[in-house]
Design a protein around this ligand. Structure first.
Ligand SMILES: [Zn+2]
Length: 305
């Protein structure tokens, strides 16, 4: 696989807000895990009257730390990158404690569920979030001494938003681009075609430094984004190669391509291959027995067709 220059060095400083850029503080929630790294990053934007980006999980200790970090200040806005529970479950308690207005997009899947298809991501999706302010691509959010531009970045989640901070060469990249790991792109919440388009979009933007939803900053962001795109293209090529060699199911392909990945992560790997498969079928690169399904049968799109 292509080498992605991951950076896993990170000091989470749980319970303590750390200034990571002028006017930007980061407070990492204590929800460490295989998909959350050291925990979800909650960002505090501005001084005095502040905005919070991603309150994180519904955790009384994290809420208390956030209120302590902003003692003497007013949290006036709560802005959400996407409705996965590790980012959004804490919205309700924070809004109740502060009266802050919420902004973002409600949960949605990237496509309708197929007949009989279960959404394996239901448990991690927060359908209870209904923002006071509905955000759309290109919208601007004003605060005291700062302005954000909303950058729609679907792929990891259909409603994923990133936020560019005016005049600071900074993008709050949520779970779209993270320095420590690739993002999970899993249907039906996520979609590979959207994800790749959202990566390409960032290359057309000027920001070179990202503050992600988990882990430390992404520096030299454009090079990093290019390596993420190359990684997915190589993964797609490997999948097409397995089909050419006779594999016909996602389970077979996962067994071949993820031999060195712990078996506990094979479910996530299957969803990732599924995301590639949907995209490859839509682009005519792969033949599918009916609508692409996780347990479907696939084959090379041969010249004979
Ligand atoms: Zn997350």
């Amino acid at each position: 696989m292509a080498d992605i220059p991951f950076d896993r060095q990170f000091e989470p400083s749980h319970g303590k807000a750390v200034e990571v850029a002028p006017g930007v503080r980061r407070l990492t929630a204590p929800n460490a895990g295989p998909y959350t790294f050291h925990g979800t990053n909650t960002y505090i934007l501005g001084r005095g009257s502040v905005a919070v980006i991603d309150p994180g999980p519904d955790d009384p200790a994290h809420l208390a730390a956030l209120l302590a970090a902003t003692k003497g200040e007013a949290i006036s806005q709560i802005i959400l990158t996407h409705t996965h529970r590790d980012h959004s479950d804490g919205v309700a308690a924070l809004a109740a404690a502060t009266g802050a207005a919420t902004a973002g997009q409600p949960h949605r899947t990237s496509r309708a569920l197929h007949a009989g298809e279960a959404n394996l991501l239901d448990a991690s999706s927060d359908t209870a979030f209904h923002p006071d302010v509905m955000l759309a691509d290109g919208d601007r959010i004003d605060g005291e001494g700062w302005q954000l531009e909303v950058v729609a970045t679907p792929g990891h989640a259909a409603n994923h938003l990133a936020f560019a901070l005016d005049g600071h060469d900074l993008l709050f990249s949520g779970d779209h681009v993270m320095a420590w790991s690739t993002s999970i792109v899993a249907p039906p919440d996520g979609a590979m075609a959207d994800y790749m388009a959202s990566l390409a979009r960032l290359l057309d933007r000027p920001e070179r430094r990202y503050l992600p939803g988990h882990g430390g900053p992404v520096v030299s962001a454009h090079g990093f984004v290019r390596s993420l795109m190359a990684h997915r293209r190589m993964r797609e090529a490997a999948i097409l190669d397995r089909l050419a060699k006779g594999d016909r199911t996602i389970a077979e392909i996962v067994a071949a391509l993820y031999r060195e990945t712990p078996a506990a992560l094979h479910g996530a790997a299957a969803l990732s291959v599924f995301a590639h498969m949907e995209d490859a079928v839509a682009r005519g690169l792969v033949a599918s027995d009916g609508v692409p399904r996780l347990d479907g049968t696939f084959g090379p799109a041969t010249a004979a067709r």
